[in-house]
Design a protein. Structure first.
Lengths: 203, 119
């Protein structure tokens, strides 16, 4: 029964400063009753999600990245096989926005050159604490020719839409390539995971 | 949610799942029909709801599973961080779990029949 159940596989990474909400974007609880479970203690490494775009069945493998890592410690092996990168900042944290430029430089240096990028201004539910205007986010994205969206992992705003858009952009690029090209490069034993988890939205 | 007492005979045909495997909480599709091989083995699966806190993991013996050989066969699923050479599986939409486990050595995944619904 090893028949292929999809047309394409896209590996996506969530990158950005510590505390911007990467883990929350990947790990959302629909119900507060679950917050004390085993799973929230050990944390999620990655998710597989299936989306349908233009009649194609696409598997997204979405990876979180460990919190304490900084752009200067992230090198090529980290980005291996990644076809899309969600670059996340926190709209209530000016520094995390300024660092987007440094993350972009790091991606340019170390990631595959045709990797598709998207900038997310997360925590847009916290309007009263906003430090970075939407216009500034849009401007940086425009300057670098990449997509932009404001999101809230807490209020579930634009999260699915963002992943769909990123996937669609990759699809535009990959059109014409052999299906399943990247399957071999995807493995789970990527690195030893640190156990910095348990911080999530409904705390 | 113990295995015993519930009959799963009607869920299996030719050794595979007849119906789609879905999350019991949010109805998200985890595995499409005919892609999970019916398998029995003994496994101590941590409870979805822990009462004793993080230092005292409560488990239950689970024995009926859908075996999935390649992780990309899943429709929607979450993989936890690694614990003792295993990853635990969750619903990709609502994060309920563990609904099963993934063995890093064999690369096989197992979904517990008692932790999901069939529809
Ligand atoms: N209000 C609000 N808070 C959020 C949102 N997303 C995340 N948070 C909060 O921000 C804090 C950090 O979120 P995490 O998801 O742990 O951040 P992270 O980017 O994974 O951080 P590291 O793992 O350290 O890199 C937590 O307290 C979350 O509850 C959001 O959309 N809105
Ligand atoms: Mg994190
Ligand atoms: Zn669910």
């Amino acid at each position: 029964m090893a028949k292929k159940t999809y047309d394409l596989l896209f590996k996506l990474l969530l990158i950005g400063d510590s505390g911007v909400g990467k883990t929350c974007i990947l790990f959302r609880f629909s119900d507060d009753a679950f917050t004390t479970t085993f799973i929230s203690t050990i944390g999620i490494d990655f998710k597989i999600k299936t989306v349908e775009l233009r009649g194609k069945k696409i598997k997204l493998q979405i990876w979180d990245t460990a919190g304490q890592e900084r752009f200067h410690t992230i090198t090529t092996s980290y980005y291996r096989g990644a076809m899309g990168i969600m670059l996340v900042y926190d709209i209530t944290n000016e520094k995390s926005f300024e660092n987007i430029i440094k993350w972009l430089r790091n991606i340019d240096e170390h990631a595959n050159e045709d990797v598709e990028k998207m900038i997310l201004g997360n925590k847009c539910d916290m309007e009263d604490k906003r430090a970075v205007s939407k216009e500034r986010g849009e401007a940086v994205a425009r300057e670098h020719g990449i997509r932009f969206m404001e999101t809230s992992a807490k209020a579930s705003i634009n999260i699915d839409r963002a992943f769909n858009e990123l996937a669609e952009a990759i699809l535009d690029k990959t059109a014409g390539r052999e299906p399943g090209d990247h399957v071999d490069r995807v493995t789970v034993d990527r690195r030893q995971q640190s156990s910095t988890t348990g911080s999530c939205c409904n705390k | 949610m113990p295995d015993c007492g519930t009959s799963y005979e009607n869920e299996v045909a030719d050794g595979y799942n007849i119906r789609n495997v879905k999350c019991s909480f949010c109805n998200c599709t985890i595995l499409k029909q005919k892609l999970g091989k019916f398998t029995t083995l003994e496994f101590d699966l941590p409870l979805m709801k822990q009462i004793g806190g993080a230092y005292n993991i409560e488990t239950e013996k689970v024995s009926l599973f859908w075996l999935v050989k390649h992780m990309m066969t899943f429709e929607n699923v979450g993989f936890s961080n690694t614990v003792d050479n295993k990853k635990y599986l969750t619903c990709a939409d609502c994060d309920a779990g563990p609904i099963g486990f993934h063995d890093l050595t064999t690369k096989e995944s197992f979904i517990a029949l008692s932790r999901v619904t069939h529809r």
